[in-house]
Design a protein around this ligand. Structure first.
Ligand code: ADP
Length: 630
């Protein structure tokens, strides 16, 4: 027992070792290799992507520098004198603003400032205002303003007086006169700004619209002014925007839309002028240290690219803003420093970064992963299958070895049982203890039957050895199936009757004749009959049916014993295989009977079918093709 368990544990260890070396190690190596290759591939594509990014950045820098240089050369000289006019929409330049004592002259700061009125005119103005606002004498005020209008010399005086006059008339209830004065202001004072830089005509338009919201003349004027592309003071821009909002005509929609971006730009520029140091400090310092080198800085949300240049060595330096959207090649976006995912543009571009769409330098992983995944899958599959087959073979081998040793034990036992019986009966006879002729004949029969059993056993062992050496031969001759079956039944008659079995033989009366080795066939049937007897459990009935059907002769051996499970039915024909169960453990056997029977039947081109269920008994059916002429 101890030896067996030691052998068992050795076998288990060997199998574990085999499992590790045949499956685990190769699989691990394959997986490791594939992972390594995939990682290298990824590193490579990451490196490639970084390289592509670097190249794209270099190219962008080159293109951008060239474009900006061209913009600067073309535009600066041409536009520097016309700071009030907005640049045409196709121009990449947003604005150009000269710097005076480190202060930026805003694009809308020009000579459109109101002139100081003459003393006499101012006198009339204050007289009128005092009448209008202190004494509440609108008619008196109107008279004073009329006098002021008469003595007005400059357009600014004239337009102011007209505007006041319109107001005073309206207060005095002179609607017609008020309208006339306002319309005159609307016509003549479009180009004359007041102290806030707002043209007088705009106030007049406002008044006319307040009175009559559909006033066509006022509406046309406002839409016309709004569509002129020029820099406006923030005050004028906001006022125009609120006037455009009052207009219900569709003509105002487009100017209104443009205005919100214009006001946005104005606010940005105002912010820049107010906090030059904050926004452009680095740029100013760079300019001061090397006025000849062109540096660009980002500003605003677009962002604009801003630089400081000296158009000529005598002129004041100029702040120039360029729209990045118009100079940057397609697919690239410029960002201010600090944007996640963007790449610094580097020399000449202070705090500016470039950004490409995420897909442009995406590391391509999809292809290698699926490819190596499938390779891994296939190789692992092959390794696992190979390992499984190897293990199965080894397992079978081990099983056969175990069965062989079990076989030796079984054969010795099988030999001993009949020998003991033969010896006991012979001794009894010798000592003359069998007193009646019946007993003597009984004893002799037992000795005969046990000798036959011994012969069969030895025959089967010899057969096995002949089969294994390929020496087993069959002598085929015409044979009556009925004779073979009856001879087998006769051989088993005595042992069967000893154990109380009844054997019934039925035939379909076809009495088939076979081309067969009668002895071998009888041996095969004997093996089936012997099994029916051994594995009958408590049942004591065995049937044999014979005949022919579908050009085959058949012999069925039917028992009502312990039966065989479906899984075991496929294995019982293997040599040495015996079903291991509580019901079979005490039944002697070698595991050879069915293997030999099958060999014989197959040598006759036949087959053995089994129909069985545990507890219900089994039917073993030998089927052999009939010879042509029969
Ligand atoms: P043995 O009978 O010597 O063990 P066999 O090759 O004749 O060897 O049979 C193989 C196994 O098949 C038997 O051990 C038994 O478990 C099973 N077997 C064979 N015939 C029957 C049967 N008629 N009923 C139940 N089990 C059977």
């Amino acid at each position: 027992m101890l030896r067996v368990s030691a052998a068992d544990s050795r076998r288990r260890k060997r199998r574990l070792l085999l499992l590790i070396s045949a499956i685990v190690v190769p699989s691990a190596v394959v997986i490791l290799l594939v992972f390594r290759v995939v990682r290298q591939e990824n590193e490579l594509s990451e490196r490639r992507s970084a390289e592509a990014r670097r190249e794209a950045l270099d190219q962008l820098r080159r293109e951008l520098s060239a474009r900006l240089q061209a913009v600067r050369l073309e535009e600066v000289n041409r536009l520097i004198g016309e700071s009030g006019r907005r640049l045409p929409p196709e121009s990449a330049i947003v604005f150009v603003a000269p710097m005076m004592q480190d202060r930026m002259v805003l694009p809308w700061e020009d000579n459109r400032t109101a002139q100081t009125p003459a003393a006499e005119f101012a006198q009339m103005q204050s007289e009128g205002e005092s009448l209008e606002f202190q004494r509440n004498d609108a008619a008196g005020a109107a008279a004073a303003y009329r006098r002021a209008l008469k003595i007005a010399h400059t357009p600014s005086e004239k337009c102011s007086a007209l505007l006041w006059l319109g107001r005073a008339y309206r207060r005095a209830g002179e609607a017609l006169d008020a309208d006339r004065a306002d319309r005159a202001t609307l016509h003549d004072c479009g180009a004359v700004p007041d102290n806030d830089g707002i043209p007088h005509a705009l106030y007049a338009a406002d008044r006319l619209l307040t009175k009559e919201s559909n006033d066509a003349e006022a509406q046309d004027y406002i839409v016309h002014v709004a569509s002129i592309r020029q820099w406006r003071t923030p005050n004028e821009a906001y006022m125009l925007q609120s006037l455009l909002r009052k207009i219900s005509s569709p003509a105002a929609v487009e100017p209104l839309r443009r205005f919100s971006s214009e006001i946005h730009d104005i606010d940005l520029i105002t912010g820049l002028a107010q906090n030059m140091e904050d926004h452009l400090g680095k740029l100013q310092r760079a300019f001061r240290s090397a006025p000849g080198d062109l540096s660009w800085m980002g500003y605003g949300d677009e962002p604009w690219l801003i630089t400081i240049v000296s158009p000529t060595s005598f002129a004041a330096p100029v702040v120039m803003a360029v729209s990045s959207r118009k100079v940057v090649p397609e697919g690239v976006t410029l960002r201010l420093a600090g944007s996640p995912g963007a790449v610094p543009l580097g020399d000449g571009f202070l705090d500016l970064q470039a950004e490409w769409p995420a897909s442009r330098f995406a590391v391509r992983q999809g292809m290698p992963f699926t490819l190596y995944g499938s390779v891994l899958f296939v190789v692992l599959g092959v390794v696992l299958l190979g390992g499984y087959l190897l293990l199965r073979d080894v397992h079978r081998e081990a099983e056969t070895v175990a069965m062989r040793s079990h076989f030796v034990a079984s054969v010795s036992h099988e030999l001993k049982t009949p020998l003991t019986s033969i010896r006991a009966h012979a001794e009894t006879l010798l000592m003359g203890r069998a007193d009646t002729p019946e007993t003597t004949s009984e004893y002799l029969k037992t000795i005969m039957s046990e000798s036959e059993r011994l012969t069969r056993l030895v025959e089967s062992v010899l057969d096995l050895s002949r089969i294994e050496q390929g020496r087993k031969s069959y002598r085929m001759q015409l044979t009556y199936l009925g004779e073979v079956v009856r001879s087998a039944a006769k051989t088993m008659e005595y042992p069967l009757s000893q154990l109380g079995f009844t054997l019934t033989i039925s035939s379909d009366d076809t009495e088939p004749t076979l081309l067969a080795d009668a002895d071998a066939l009888e041996q095969a049937i004997l093996n089936l009959l012997g099994n029916a007897m051994k594995y009958s459990g408590g049942a004591r009935r065995i049937e044999m049916r014979m005949g022919s059907a579908a050009r085959e002769a058949f012999v069925d051996v039917v028992d009502h014993g312990i039966g065989i499970t479906r899984e075991e039915q496929t294995r019982i024909f293997e040599k040495f295989h015996r079903v291991q169960s509580a019901e079979t453990q005490d039944i002697a056997g070698t595991g050879l009977g069915l293997a030999l029977a099958l060999h014989v039947v197959e040598a006759h081109q036949g087959r053995i079918d089994v129909v069985s269920a545990p507890g219900r008994g089994s039917t073993f059916s030998v089927r052999i093709p009939l010879p042509e002429q029969a």
